[in-house]
Design a protein around this ligand. Structure first.
Ligand SMILES: Cc1cc2nc3c(=O)[nH]c(=O)nc-3n(C[C@H](O)[C@H](O)[C@H](O)COP(=O)(O)O)c2cc1C
Length: 219
C-alpha cells in the first residue's frame, strides 16, 4: 500500500456561507411542516443520502453515543427510523428515551437539530416497512446480532448462511422479534442556516401545551 499523506491544515479549512436567510415570518406553523420543506429542498439538491441523520442516545451511566441512521417516516407525530431493538441504541433508549437527532445538510449550508423522546412504532407499522425492504436486507436483519461482538467476518457470513437456509428460495421473511421502528416525538427542533461572517440564523421551535413557540438563538 502506498503511503498516504494526511489532508491539509484543518484550521485553514473554512468556507464563507451565503446570503440565504431564515427569519420568523419564513417559519411554518409547526416544525414538521417546516422540516418537510427543507427535506424537499435537500432531496431536490441531489445530496447523497438526504435522509441520513445522526441519532444520539445516552447510556444508563450517562455516556452519550451517536450514529447515523436513515429517516424512514415523517408525519405530524414525529421522525421514524428502523433498527435492531437489542442494539446498543435500542438498549439505551429502553433505559432512557431522550434522544437527539441531527441532519447534517452541509451542501445547503443547513442543519436541523431535534430533541425528543423515542417510542417504538406499532408492530404493524414495522411489519409494513420490513416487508418493503429488499430480501437481502430482511435476511441481514435476522442474521446480525447488531452491536454484539463477533469473532470474524466468517462468523457473520455463517450466520447469514443459516438464515438463508431457514428462509429458502422465495419463502417470505417475517419481521424479526427484535427489529422495528422508533418514532422520535419532537420537543424542540432547531433550523440553522449558514450566513455571512458566521452570523448564522438559528430558529428554534419549542413544544408548549397548546402548540409551538419559536425563538431566535445567537449563532
Ligand atoms: C448512511 C448510514 C445509514 C445507516 N442507517 C442505519 C439505519 O437506518 N438503521 C440502523 O440500525 N443502522 C444504520 N446504520 C448503521 C449505524 O450507524 C450503526 O452502525 C448501527 O445501527 C449500530 O449502532 P449501535 O451499536 O450504536 O446501536 C447506518 C449507517 C450509515 C453510515
Amino acid at each position: 500500500m502506498s503511503e498516504k499523506q494526511p489532508h491539509t491544515d484543518l484550521a485553514a479549512l473554512r468556507r464563507e456561507y451565503g446570503d440565504r436567510g431564515l427569519d420568523q415570518p419564513d417559519l411554518a406553523p409547526d416544525p414538521v411542516a417546516m422540516f418537510q420543506g427543507w427535506l424537499d429542498d435537500t432531496v431536490e439538491s441531489g445530496l447523497h443520502e438526504p435522509n441520513a441523520m445522526v441519532v444520539s442516545t445516552v447510556s444508563a451511566d450517562d455516556r452519550p453515543s451517536a450514529r447515523m441512521v436513515l429517516l424512514k417516516g415523517l408525519d405530524e407525530r414525529g421522525f421514524v427510523f428502523y433498527t435492531n431493538y437489542d442494539s446498543r441504541k435500542g438498549r439505551e433508549i429502553a433505559a432512557n428515551p431522550f434522544v437527539a437527532l441531527l441532519f447534517p445538510w452541509h451542501d445547503l449550508q443547513r442543519q436541523v437539530r431535534v430533541q425528543g423522546t423515542a417510542e417504538k412504532v406499532s408492530v404493524e407499522e414495522s411489519e409494513a416497512y420490513f416487508a418493503a425492504r429488499p430480501r437481502g436486507s430482511q435476511l441481514g436483519a435476522w442474521a446480525s446480532p447488531q452491536s454484539r461482538e463477533v469473532a470474524s467476518r466468517a462468523e457473520l457470513d455463517e450466520l447469514y448462511g443459516q438464515v438463508e437456509q431457514r428462509f429458502p428460495d422465495e419463502t417470505p421473511v417475517p419481521l424479526p422479534p427484535t427489529w422495528g421502528g422508533y418514532r422520535v416525538v419532537p420537543e424542540e427542533v432547531e433550523f440553522w442556516q449558514g450566513r455571512k461572517g458566521r452570523l448564522h440564523d438559528r430558529l428554534l421551535y419549542r413544544r408548549t401545551r397548546d402548540g409551538w413557540t419559536t425563538t431566535r438563538l445567537a449563532p
